[in-house]
Design a protein around this ligand. Structure first.
Ligand SMILES: *Cc1c(COP(=O)(O)O)cnc(C)c1O
Length: 454
């Protein structure tokens, strides 16, 4: 195969694969500036499945997002400010949160336990000055106590009122507050149900008394929004609420668009930050001029977009088996589990880009489905009833094994990871400045048993 780079979609910025290439031995390599990592070598050293995390990818992605906003704010003479808040639930691992904060991210948390980690960062002085945290999620007593403690300690912590009953919980809070609106606009996304529990309807918002120190109007319409226009439709509706809310609450000066910017896992790209950000700035500029109010400060919490491409998950193919009568002709059995390590495969039929780690130029390929090692027939990846093209195993040398990489696995999968059949979680390494650091050893039976009280 001559054009194998193109075939496996490597080295393409639009697919978030600009870090990937193949060497002269047909092995997958990762490039970080002048450093190069051989994925096949890294994988062979490990007995089990492996996750590879790349903080430099996070830094580059957040860096360009900040740049694109700054450039458009300048170009259109937009008067409001932009800040990025990283939603911690997307990936709470330290190796993910620390580089983002160092690169200028603020945070959004969804629970008392996430805020407790922020407290650790704060105490270690790992955050920049002006650092700000938005607090969503169930406002338990412990959560509120921690919010107050951090505020008294000088951190800007902004709880977001997500339901009418939370008005009472947060009454008397001395710091700035936010309010979450549940918009009518429905978007094509991972979350497109008719009824959303979280947020106040615009009707409820109009009936509210003034809220002291109300600073932010927030909405979050879904994850993995498929169509750029829908981002704009929601923005316009939210702006309408913002204008009315501001009449009673002149302290309101920030509009938070929440998350939802998509990662095109299937490499069928529909939009980019370069096309969407100018539309956001232009729309808000026009609308605020028309309404005769100052242009709002802008927050986005695009989590998946920043984090997903920073990790890949590698499996070894340990066996094959024929499939009679299906879109694929072979099962390839992996040394890990989709239900455990990449739960979205099972939960929401997530599609992934799957690429061989070795034998990339193989001439003969099969249409395959991949099966996990748990005893569950649901533990499989069928590319949503399509197939994955992978090298035939007889293309490999006598003692060789085929390894496959699942790209873009950095968002959400770690916190969802589980232990069906008590399988061990993959080991994890971090690539940074040419060094390979082990972040998580492959779990031993003792470690797994302990989780279950043994
Ligand atoms: C989950 C969540 C996000 C992140 O959504 P993505 O789809 O990953 O961008 C942002 N804000 C809030 C409030 C969330 O709950």
């Amino acid at each position: 195969m001559k054009n194998f780079r193109k075939f496996w979609k490597l080295g393409k910025k639009e697919f978030n694969t600009q870090y990937y290439d193949a060497n002269s031995k047909d092995e997958l390599v990762i490039r970080e500036g002048n450093y190069q990592y051989n994925v096949h070598d890294l994988t062979k050293k490990n007995k089990g499945a492996l996750e590879i995390f790349m903080p430099f990818v996070l830094e580059q992605r957040l860096g360009s997002l900040l740049e694109v906003f700054a450039a458009n704010i300048k170009k259109y003479g937009y008067k409001g400010k932009f800040t990025y808040h990283y939603p911690m639930k997307v990936n709470q691992n330290k190796e993910c949160v620390l580089p983002l904060v160092a690169e200028g991210a603020h945070l959004e948390v969804g629970s008392a336990n996430e805020l407790w980690l922020v407290k650790k960062l704060w105490n270690e002085e790992s955050v920049h000055h002006k650092f700000r945290v938005l607090c969503n999620g169930p406002k338990t007593e412990r959560y509120i106590e921690l919010v107050k403690e951090l505020r008294d300690d000088g951190m800007t912590v902004i709880p977001i009122i997500e339901d009418v009953y939370e008005l009472e919980t947060l009454a008397g809070y001395k710091g700035e507050l936010g309010l979450r609106v549940n918009l009518q606009s429905k978007v094509k996304s991972r979350w497109d149900k008719k009824v959303d529990r979280i947020g106040l309807t615009s009707q409820e918002i109009m009936e509210l008394k003034p809220i002291k120190n109300l600073k932010v109007l927030h909405y979050h319409i879904g994850s993995q929004i498929e169509i750029a226009d829908h981002i704009l439709v929601a923005l316009k509706e939210a702006f309408g609420v913002y204008v009315k809310l501001r009449e009673k609450n002149p302290s309101l000066d920030t509009l938070n668009l929440g998350g939802g910017f998509a990662v095109f896992y299937d490499k069928k790209n529909k939009y980019t930050i370069e096309t969407v950000v100018p539309r956001i700035i232009k729309t808000l500029k026009q609308l605020s001029e028309k309404a005769g109010i100052p242009a709002p400060n802008i927050i986005v919490e695009w989590g998946r977009y920043i984090v997903a491409p920073a990790q890949l998950t590698i499996y070894k193919i340990v066996a094959e088996k024929d499939i009679p009568k299906a879109t694929a002709s072979k099962w390839y059995i992996i040394n890990g589990s989709f239900m455990n390590d990449l739960l979205d495969t099972w939960a929401i039929h997530q599609k992934w880009q799957v690429v061989p780690v070795n034998c990339m130029k193989a001439k003969k390929r099969h249409r395959v489905w991949l099966a996990g090692m748990s005893c569950d027939s649901d533990d499989r990846y069928t590319a949503s009833d399509g197939y994955v093209l992978l090298p035939c195993l007889d293309e490999l040398g006598p003692d060789e094994h085929l390894y496959v990489a699942f790209f873009d696995t950095g968002a959400y999968q770690d916190a969802f990871a589980s232990h069906h059949c008590l399988l061990s979680s993959p080991a994890k390494v971090i690539l940074q400045d040419g060094m390979v650091k082990v972040a998580r050893q492959r779990e031993t039976p003792e470690m797994v048993g302990k989780l279950f009280g043994w």
